[in-house]
Write a protein that binds this ligand. Structure first.
Ligand SMILES: NC(=O)C1=CN([C@@H]2O[C@H](COP(=O)(O)OP(=O)(O)OC[C@H]3O[C@@H](n4cnc5c(N)ncnc54)[C@H](O)[C@@H]3O)[C@@H](O)[C@H]2O)C=CC1
Ligand SMILES: CC(=O)[C@H](N)C(=O)O
Length: 374
């Protein structure tokens, strides 16, 4: 393993060049010389690049064409300037996304390509969104393992080598049937039963390990199921809570693939993206941990349908349970305890269930009116 060969060589040199320090722990020696895990000698000059405190970050978002990336790019571009935020993915961007700011092809499994992008664009923040979600992950375990675990290793090494601030989202899916489910605290048993969950626990632990071992500025939020109007979810267990709005508007009918009493933590996308920016901007000394639960609301399909029916009384909801998704949902938290995020860096959600439903319906109402006008 080149990482560990280089590690022991550098560590040995550091120990030998410091007189009388043979008892110094390896971790201290490594951190004191700013060692990065996949460092190669020919790249040494890149590591000395430094940015003034007042510079805007230069942000790269991986997996940026999914449900969350385009919205995050919009928020960050408003704050840091259009050209300081680069969206990337392996898919072809729709033309409105392509014309809204920098977009670049990046496959997170291609380490050299990723490094070239980071170096050439002088990236300082990396938001790592690429992943296969819970339901698609179970349908393709080998690919999920590769993207979610091998891809993460590339991201961690590049972030550590180039001194980046790294955000990796985790999920309610990082918990399992043996975790306390109502509520689920930040620190408790985590034995998920999906490849998605396993890969996210791995990401949390690896990120925290790189933080302690190499000083990587790793920041991680465990998102609940995210609900958005203008972007579709990529194959998760909480997708029904987005689909119901589309089907209700289109046909007045919705067939739910989870049982009516399945309670899961959920959040409107604006809260999720704002939380991401807030934790990335939080001063280091406010972060007592590196991985935080965040939450806004918890509801069941039945409760969501009832809230929608207040405005669309004719909406007809039926249930045809998908057993894979139901088993996943039954192992996930019902309520999420995010008190540490609230205490440490002031996390506060804006949207509860009634505001969520109203906002989603307003969006679709405006869209329908625009379509009629055209
Ligand atoms: N949407 C949600 O409800 C939640 C999302 N999250 C996390 O947030 C992140 C973003 O989620 P979404 O946008 O919903 O995911 P998504 O599934 O909609 O998008 C993921 C993106 O990753 C890209 N991708 C796949 N393989 C890749 C590769 N080899 N190289 C580069 N990109 C690749 C896909 O093309 C896709 O555009 C994920 O890490 C997910 O686990 C966590 C909890 C909830
Ligand atoms: C909660 C998530 O991580 C995602 N939406 C999924 O359902 O897989």
């Amino acid at each position: 393993m080149p990482v560990f060969r280089t590690l022991s060589k550098v560590a040995k040199q550091a120990l030998l060049s410091t007189p009388g320090c043979s008892c110094q722990p390896l971790t201290v020696a490594v951190r004191n010389i700013s060692f990065s895990p996949r460092q190669v000698t020919s790249d040494a000059s890149f590591h000395s690049v430094s940015f003034s405190e007042t510079d805007h970050p230069k942000v790269l978002i991986t997996g940026g064409l999914g449900q969350l990336g385009v919205g995050l790019a919009k928020l960050l571009r408003k704050r840091f300037g259009k050209n300081n935020v680069i969206l990337s993915d392996i898919r072809k961007p729709p033309s409105n996304v392509f014309h809204s700011g920098p977009f670049i092809y990046s496959d997170i499994l291609d380490y050299k390509n990723l490094r070239e992008i980071v170096v050439n664009n002088r990236i300082t923040w990396l938001v790592h969104y690429s992943a296969l979600l819970s339901a698609v992950g179970e349908a393709n375990v080998a690919l999920a393992r590769s993207v979610n675990i091998n891809g993460l290793h590339n991201i961690l090494d590049i972030a550590a080598e180039h001194g980046l601030r790294l955000f990796v989202p985790s999920t309610i899916g990082a918990f399992g049937p043996t975790s306390p489910r109502n509520p689920t605290p930040d620190l408790c048993v985590q034995r998920p039963r999906t490849i998605y969950g396993v890969s996210k626990v791995h990401a949390e632990l690896m990120g925290e390990y790189y933080h302690h071992r190499y000083g990587l500025d790793f920041r991680c939020l465990r998102y609940p199921g995210i609900i958005s109007a203008d972007s579709m979810p990529g194959g998760g267990t909480t997708d029904y809570a987005v689909q119901i709005f589309h089907d209700a508007i289109k046909s007045g009918k919705f067939e739910c693939n989870l049982r009516p009493d399945t309670r899961l933590p959920m959040m409107y996308i604006d809260d999720c993206l704002r939380a991401t920016l807030e934790v990335m901007e939080a001063p280091v000394d406010t972060l007592s941990m590196r991985t935080y639960n965040i939450n806004a609301m918890s509801f069941t399909p039945e409760e969501l349908a009832q809230e929608l029916q207040k405005q669309m009384p004719e909406l007809d909801v039926t249930y045809d349970v998908d057993h894979v998704r139901q088993a996943i949902a039954d192992s996930w938290p019902m309520n999420f305890d995010d008190s540490n995020a609230r205490k440490d860096w002031g996390w506060k959600h804006d949207y509860d269930l009634p505001e969520l439903v109203q906002t989603m319906l307003n969006f679709f109402g405006a869209e329908t009116l625009m379509a009629r006008a055209n």
